[in-house]
Design a protein around this ligand. Structure first.
Ligand SMILES: Nc1nc2c(ncn2[C@@H]2O[C@H](COP(=O)(O)OP(=O)(O)OP(=O)(O)O)[C@@H](O)[C@H]2O)c(=O)[nH]1
Ligand SMILES: [Mg+2]
Length: 317
């Protein structure tokens, strides 16, 4: 049986569904997903193993990245630098597009690809890549996909694949296209491994995801999550106790996250606990503390502890 494996970056604009696709393909929630742009702040590695219908055995080492946008702070520029570093170290790239945007443009009588998208695609010139049109479940009349697919095809002739990270539609053709882009070879990682990220990092991401989904305006962007204690002495007995600090920049943000009578933090905690229990496969006691750390986005020690910096290269050949 042919065996292919390699590293593949998931890149695109914020909110295109990169992290959703990673979670779908590895079959576990490890990457934070929210309806807000710029949810992902680091590269998140997820290992997708699949036996394809044509007999190929594939291991795609997926690298989820922060969405590419016009950065206006050092913190945001750092996020873009993380994505650009990933682009330079992978075997292939999947450019993820929220298809509802070009479809809406076509329906309105405009060109499907705006200048920003064309400029982004120029970054991919010379790199093995495919274009992934995500969220096709939201396009009621699939005929609108044709002019959009043709427009992407005209720009650089890369394979264009419609998918839905929500329903799984288009999964097999997507994996087949990736298998054609990746080198022949045995798996780079053990096939039962999901990620190279420590459990603590993923737990922090799952908590941050719930903050992003439940808060609004500037609050999610002023937030980071730090795991202070991960007590697994009773893990064998099916219990883990986690203390996490939710950092915010101002007292007013702290008030919002705690909510009237502690209602908001309770809601975030309950939702996050369920996800963490699913990840760890045991009962979890999750204690959340909201603390004001005025300049955490500029504090090198905190940024290092939070992992907001380029990561070591993934395994490769
Ligand atoms: N209907 C539908 N919604 C989707 C699909 N994929 C992602 N979404 C939603 O789109 C939003 C953004 O998804 P993410 O996976 O966080 O997007 P991202 O590209 O990782 O975003 P950043 O990390 O901010 O760059 C979330 O609300 C997802 O639930 C899809 O295929 N269909
Ligand atoms: Mg993301």
């Amino acid at each position: 049986m042919a065996s292919r494996s390699g590293t593949l970056a998931l890149v695109g604009r914020p909110n295109a569904g990169k992290s959703s696709l990673l979670n779908l393909l590895i079959g576990e929630r490890i990457a934070a997903v929210s309806r807000r742009a710029q949810t992902t702040r680091n590269r998140v590695l997820g290992i997708c193993n699949a036996d394809l219908k044509d007999g190929t055995s594939l291991q795609a080492v997926l690298l989820d990245t922060p969405g590419l946008h016009d950065a206006w702070t050092d913190f945001n520029r750092n996020m873009i630098a993380i994505t650009e570093a990933v682009l330079d170290e992978v075997d292939a790239v999947a450019w993820i597009v929220d298809v509802t945007e070009p479809v809406a443009a076509v329906i309105a009588g405009n060109a499907p690809l705006d200048d920003g998208l064309v400029a982004l695609q120029a970054k991919l010139a010379g790199r093995p890549h495919v274009v992934v049109l995500n969220k096709v479940d939201l396009v009621e009349d699939k005929r609108w996909l044709l002019p959009v697919m043709a427009a992407f095809d005209r720009v650089d002739g890369a394979v264009v694949l419609p998918v839905s990270a929500r329903t799984g539609l288009g999964r097999e053709p997507l994996l087949q296209a990736w298998a054609r882009l990746l080198p022949e070879g045995e798996p780079l990682y053990p096939t039962d491994q999901l990620t190279d990220a420590p459990e603590k990092f993923i737990v922090a991401e799952l908590i941050r995801e719930r903050v992003f989904e439940n808060s609004s305006q500037e609050v999610p962007y002023a937030t980071a999550v730090e795991i202070e204690q991960f007590d697994e002495r009773q893990r064998e007995a099916g219990r883990v106790h986690i203390h996490a600090r939710i950092l915010v920049e101002k007292d007013s943000q702290k008030g919002i996250l705690i909510g009237a009578g502690g209602q908001m933090i309770k809601k975030i905690g309950t939702q996050a606990r369920k996800r963490v229990e699913a990840l760890l496969g045991c009962k979890v006691r999750l204690d959340l503390f909201v603390v004001v750390e005025k300049d955490w986005t500029r504090n090198p020690r905190l940024l290092k502890d939070l992992g907001y910096q380029p990561k070591p290269k993934p395994k490769g050949r």
